[in-house]
Design a protein around this ligand. Structure first.
Ligand code: NAD
Ligand code: ZN
Ligand code: ZN
Length: 343
């Protein structure tokens, strides 16, 4: 039996175990990928802790920002071949024939599979992908920096489209972590004016470095909503909440301009109260946004390949996975951590 190293969730209450597991074999329509780098998304942490109502089944291998080389293909694979550089994603595959798949809303497919959740992901040295759904990485890009595009990038790009903010208008990015710092860059590339909220001066500095005009520290600003309403002359036209904290959602609704739209992307396990009176009288829209379709992914990768998006990343070994989760929970990560799967 051929083996590889992988970080395995055995129990929601315990750290991940880095151990030898069997190399998977590609089935019909699948490919085996030697993973070079994998980004670490906060969703992987939620998965490992069993934070959400629908839980994965341990033992499983998290990870949905994996990039690497195709080393074998199963039967009936024509879209990709051995040697191609591809990735996995949260949206790992779908049925292709339900009402959502047929109407350009494939990420709502009830029969979808999710990388690192219902299918083993990229926290292993090898992973399987569905050849019809695996994102193809553009030629000539830095592979470590490409990894965060596969979840953080596509998610914020789609979420910004869903916010309906137009070029020249204000957008709020709440949470300047892995997703949020990339959101600032997509928003700028899409012509938007950016204000951010996070809870430390380091995150504000990261936001400014990537082009935010105003970066609010919600812990030290006496009234973040009033500050944003004032600077944007009546509130932001739309927003994207990536913060892993319920209070940030309430605050983001408060920062909206009349008629504004908020895309909810962050997935803290708690709820938040939505004020009925202001939502109705100010004609606000609050909607969820989940990753992106294959077309959104190709567009998000194209922005990156053209040099418009430069994720701030730190490369660390797979063996550090539990320390990386600790740093993420403590808010100590600048941008994204990407694991080198073979050091
Ligand atoms: P991250 O840990 O890198 O970033 C989260 C950021 O939120 C941090 O910078 C943190 O300081 C900030 N934050 C915490 N409390 C805050 C507050 N009160 N106000 C403002 N900011 C605050 O996490 P990430 O990888 O960017 O993921 C963010 C969330 O998005 C997670 O819940 C993840 O599961 C979710 N997610 C959703 C989708 C989707 O498709 N909807 C896709 C990927 C990730
Ligand atoms: Zn479907
Ligand atoms: Zn993710």
């Amino acid at each position: 039996m051929q083996v590889m190293k992988a970080a395995v969730v055995k129990d929601f209450a315990a750290p991940l175990v880095v151990e030898d597991v069997a190399l998977p074999t590609p089935g019909l329509g699948q490919a085996l990928v030697k993973v070079r780098y994998s980004g670490v998304c906060h969703t992987d942490l939620h998965a490992a802790h069993g934070d959400w109502p629908v839980r994965p089944a341990p033992p499983f291998v998290p990870g949905h920002e994996g990039v690497g080389e195709v080393v074998a293909v199963g039967d009936e694979v024509t879209r990709i071949k051995v040697g191609d550089i591809v990735g996995n994603a949260w949206f790992w595959s779908a049925c292709g024939e339900c009402e959502f798949c047929e109407t350009g809303r494939e990420t709502l497919c009830p029969d979808q599979k999710n990388g690192g959740y219902s299918v083993d992901g990229s926290f292993g040295q090898y992973m399987l992908v569905d050849a019809a759904y695996a994102p193809v990485i553009p030629d000539g890009v830095d592979l470590a920096a490409a990894a965060p595009i596969l979840c953080a990038g596509v998610t914020v790009y789609k979420g910004l489209k869903e916010s309906e903010v137009k070029p020249g208008q204000w957008v709020l990015i709440s949470g300047v972590g892995g997703l949020g710092h990339i959101a600032v860059q997509y928003a700028r590339a899409m012509g938007m004016r950016v204000v951010t909220v996070d809870v430390s001066d380091e995150k504000s500095e990261l936001a400014r470095r990537h082009g935010a005009e105003l970066a609010v520290n919600a812990l030290t600003d006496p009234d973040p909503v009033a500050t944003i309403q004032d600077v944007t002359d009546g509130g932001v036209h739309g927003g994207l909440v990536t913060a892993v904290n319920g209070a940030a959602f309430t605050q983001a609704v408060g920062a909206l301009r009349r008629g504004g739209t908020l895309s909810l992307v962050g997935l803290p396990p708690e709820q938040f109260p939505l004020d009925i009176f202001s939502t109705v009288l100010f004609g606000l829209t609050v909607r969820g946004s989940i990753v992106g379709t294959r077309r959104d992914m190709a567009e998000a990768l194209d922005f990156f390949a053209r040099g418009l998006i430069e994720p701030t990343c730190t490369v660390r070994p797979l063996a550090d996975v539990n320390d990386i989760f600790d740093d993420m929970l403590a808010g100590r990560i600048d941008g994204r951590v990407v694991m080198d799967m073979h050091t």
